[in-house]
Write a protein that binds this ligand. Structure first.
Ligand SMILES: Cc1cc2nc3c(=O)[nH]c(=O)nc-3n(C[C@H](O)[C@H](O)[C@H](O)COP(=O)(O)OP(=O)(O)OC[C@H]3O[C@@H](n4cnc5c(N)ncnc54)[C@H](O)[C@@H]3O)c2cc1C
Length: 396
């Protein structure tokens, strides 16, 4: 296919957002250059919940089948009270759910989603993928930009898309709002080989335990060979760095007040990996001329409704469709993309953070929380979730 742009658009970052953007642009006939800082393309972390709105984007990008191949299509979302062991909420994800939202709900290994996008990017002649390319800064050089790599190499491009995650360097020049603050929570992540997971805890869906000041979630990935475990603690104390290995002796005493069942899972890993949960308040602008942001660079959020990657995917396809409509006029396409995306992504950021109170309730608030979900039918849940799981019109 002949490209609609002679010089490639630069995309900083080759995570799920950056690769999806390159692919979406290529499907509209636009050439791009993905600049990834790592030595190899890949994803940190293991588990990813892939809601129907995210699967619809993957379908639209032509990688839905590959992405779903190793994913587990889950049968329910379950929220348990970690204090009493009772069920709080149980959302069936059966045929009614698929009919309503056009796709099932999946849990996947992150590498399987990222890998499906990467394979498709590698096979597309309009996409140039470069590793070892840390984007340190850029400047406007009308009508385009010059992107600077840490090595000092300048790259001239007609436009720049910052898909460089929560610590985005591209954002520093566009929004200039400093480092992302802690969301008042840290997560200890681990994997559990299926052979070590007690049989009565092995369910074909994520089990979410809401504890007093903490929550934990586990679910199977990769053909049930592994269970992904994430234990989130509400705290302002930052004791360890990102990626630090922390022993169970240091982790487990922090998760108090829970019943025996979630603790049985949490006692299995020999080590946990620690990360600070970061977020930002939504901003009113993330675009400047021929430079814009997508994914966590634009709207980082806490993971409490499992939508960060989904929003990055939706951004990618929306941006490419705006590029198509503006016939490659980057600045107006980026303004249009932002106008289409900013309220939805801000709502997801705010809604995610509001779940902090639900997930970590204690005392009387815990009882109020549990009462909120009493008697809800599948349709009640679907109606409440429709704004989120229904793919927006540009996801085609
Ligand atoms: C614990 C946890 C659980 C989560 N669970 C879910 C979930 O279940 N479902 C869901 O949808 N979302 C989930 N999320 C959110 C999701 O992981 C992110 O929103 C998503 O990965 C964002 O994708 P991205 O491409 O914007 O950024 P990233 O995934 O951060 O990718 C950024 C890429 O850019 C590269 N990069 C960074 N800086 C530079 C630079 N200066 N130059 C060049 N390259 C650079 C990085 O190496 C990386 O490859 C979770 C997040 C956390 C923390």
């Amino acid at each position: 296919m002949a490209a609609r742009n002679a010089n490639p658009v630069a995309i900083a970052g080759g995570g799920i957002g950056g690769l999806a953007c390159a692919l979406a642009l290529a499907r509209q006939g636009f050439r791009s250059l993905v600049l990834e800082q790592a030595r190899e393309f890949g994803e940190a972390g293991v588990g990813l919940q892939v809601a129907p709105n995210a699967l619809s984007v993957l379908d639209a990008l032509g990688v839905g089948h590959a992405a779903k191949k190793n994913a587990l299509l889950i049968e329910r979302l379950l929220m348990m009270d970690a204090v009493t062991g009772e069920e709080i909420a149980n959302i069936p994800l059966d045929a009614r759910f698929v009919r309503r939202f056009g796709n099932p709900y999946a849990v996947s290994h992150r590498a399987d989603i990222h890998g499906a996008l990467l394979d498709a990017c590698r096979a597309n002649e309009l996409i140039d993928l470069r590793t070892d390319s840390h984007v340190s800064d850029f400047k406007f050089e009308p009508p385009g930009v010059t992107v600077f790599l840490a090595s000092g190499t300048p790259i001239a491009a007609p436009a720049l898309i910052g898909a460089d995650g929560v610590y985005s360097n591209v954002r520093k020049r566009i929004v200039a709002d400093g480092d992302p603050p802690s969301a008042g929570a840290v997560i200890f992540r681990a994997t559990i080989p299926a052979a070590e997971m007690p049989k009565d805890l092995q369910h074909p869906y994520p089990t979410f335990w809401a504890g007093p000041g903490w929550h934990a979630i586990y679910y199977p990935v990769r053909d049930w060979s592994l269970f992904n475990l994430g234990c989130t603690l509400a705290t302002d104390k930052l004791e360890y760095g990102d990626g630090a290995d922390v022993s169970p002796l240091q982790v487990l005493p922090k998760f108090t007040g829970g019943c025996e069942t979630p603790l049985r899972a949490m006692q299995i890993p020999k080590a946990f990996r620690h990360y600070v949960i970061r977020h930002r308040e939504p901003v009113e602008n993330w675009t400047l001329g021929p430079a814009t942001l997508i994914g966590d660079a634009a709207h980082p959020m806490v993971q409490y409704i499992a939508q960060g990657a989904a929003m990055a995917l939706e951004d990618a396809i929306c941006l490419a469709s705006a590029m198509h409509e503006a016939d490659g006029e980057f600045s107006s396409a980026f303004r249009r993309y932002q106008a289409l995306r900013i309220v939805r992504t801000a709502r997801v950021q705010i809604s995610s953070l509001m779940m902090d109170r639900i997930n970590h309730a204690r005392g009387i608030e815990r009882k109020v929380r549990n009462s909120l979900f009493e008697g809800r039918t599948a349709e009640d849940y679907y109606d409440r979730l429709a704004w989120l799981y229904t793919p927006p019109p540009y996801v085609r």
